[in-house]
Design a protein around this ligand. Structure first.
Ligand code: DSN
Length: 427
């Protein structure tokens, strides 16, 4: 029996509908939500049907603890091929002539990839210098509510008040004072390019590892739309579901000499059986990223984010740092006297999905926040362009100013008309 003789056995929605109509209804409801509104969360995207097919495959059944060729279970021939293909594609995508990299496709998430990196390079109690969470960092960069701030000693750098750009002088001074064992560059709400050469210089000055948490922008690197941190970083961690447009999951790319430390930290130190359907789906996404059309996509994501930031500025919403070089804009709403939370709720009522976000030196607590974060990975996947971003900005402006909810219906209708011209997951 082979695939040519046997019809593919894959996701079957009719089967789900008859076995579990309630969950089938959730799946359809979510598809309607995605199709019917504007998806502007900077960390989300619409992954391809090919990626979804690999995710919904029988590879989900397989135990494969270990790595290709060295597993603790039999029957791993096919999943070995998937993981090898993914590794090769990632090496092609992120390596370059003279810069070889090692790849680990198994982290279940970005937080798991970061935890594995801490485990590979540090001992509990070691000092880590990373971006402050309220200035755009991540929970795993030293927050007290995560392992990073309780098992390690965090020191945080910030952005400057005047420019809202990373204060590299402060990074250098903190590094010299605290002698961290690891420095993390990377953020979740920083719209500008990061100077990786400067971070490398500072890390070398104090003998620290340089880890780049590239989760947000790795897709732009893969699309060659922004400079790569690979030549500078000891380790790169990232998620595969943001601009990169793969399945939900994590990944690590590191210098070849750290391969064993990273692999052992992921398995067996932290994780057990890898999610082989997700590993295969990561391989599919990496293949998609190698196509020339993906490079065009990555450039359009940035052009759209810049057009959206400009449009929001015209609506009286100030882009933090004056604009963006990436896929996201962080927007200060204080001039409109609206909080981030109110803006998120008002946009939600108009079928515009985005998130409240702290701005640097925010006077509000995080659950209220003075800003919103918007990103263009998903709307660009559905084919929107800079002209559409002007309309999106106007619609956000109308929704954010809609204190009594009277405009929500009209804005939602306009959103419906706009997304109908660029359908997501078109039939
Ligand atoms: N939760 C992700 C984001 O939205 O940026 C980061 O992990």
């Amino acid at each position: 029996m082979n695939a040519a003789e046997t019809p593919f056995w894959g996701p079957d929605f009719a089967e789900l509908s008859s076995t579990d109509p309630e969950i089938a209804d959730v799946v359809l409801g979510e598809l309607d939500r995605l199709r019917g509104g504007l998806q502007l969360i900077a960390s989300e995207n619409f992954t391809s049907p090919a990626v979804l097919a690999a995710l919904g495959s029988t590879l989900s059944n397989k135990y494969a603890e270990g790595y290709p060729g060295r597993r603790y279970y039999g029957g791993c021939q096919q999943v070995d091929r998937a993981e090898e293909l993914g590794r090769e594609r990632a090496r092609e995508l992120f390596g370059s002539p003279g810069v070889d990299v090692h790849v680990n496709l198994q982290p279940h998430s970005g937080a798991s990839a970061n935890l594995a990196t801490y485990a590979a390079l540090l001992q509990p109690g070691d000092t880590v210098l990373a971006m402050s969470l309220p200035h755009g960092g991540h929970l795993t960069h030293g927050s007290k509510v995560s392992f990073s701030g309780t098992w390690f000693r965090p020191v945080s750098y910030t952005v400057r008040r005047d420019t809202e750009l990373i204060d590299y002088d402060e990074v250098r001074d903190l590094a010299h004072t605290h002698r961290p064992k690891m420095i993390i560059a990377g953020a979740t709400a920083y719209p500008r390019l990061i100077d990786f050469a400067r971070f490398r210089e500072i890390a070398d000055d104090v003998g620290a590892w340089l880890v780049v948490d590239a989760a947000h922008f790795i897709g732009l690197v893969a699309g060659k739309a922004i400079p790569s941190p690979v030549p500078y970083a000891d380790v790169l961690t990232f998620t595969t579901h943001k601009v990169l447009r793969g399945p939900r999951g994590g990944m690590i790319v590191c210098k070849p000499e750290l391969a064993q430390r990273i692999d052992k930290a992921v398995f067996p130190f932290l994780q057990g059986g890898p999610l082989m359907h997700a590993v295969a789906a990561k391989a599919v996404a990496l293949k998609e990223c190698l196509q020339p059309s993906y490079q065009t996509y990555a450039q359009r994501v940035i052009a759209n984010a810049q057009a959206l930031a400009d449009g929001l500025a015209s609506e009286g919403m100030r882009p933090v740092s004056g604009g963006t070089d990436t896929h996201l804009a962080l927007v200060d709403l204080r001039e409109l006297d609206v909080t981030g939370r109110q803006a998120e709720e008002r946009c939600d009522a108009a079928r515009i999905t985005l998130n409240k976000n702290a701005i640097p030196y925010d006077p509000q607590p995080p659950m209220t926040a003075s800003g919103i974060r918007v990103g263009t990975p998903a709307v660009t996947t559905q084919g929107m362009t800079e002209g559409d971003m002007k309309e999106v900005a106007t619609l956000i402006g109308r929704a954010v100013r809609d204190g009594d909810g009277s405009a929500a219906h009209d804005v939602a209708s306009a959103v419906g008309a706009l997304v109908a011209r660029h359908p997501a997951y078109a039939r």
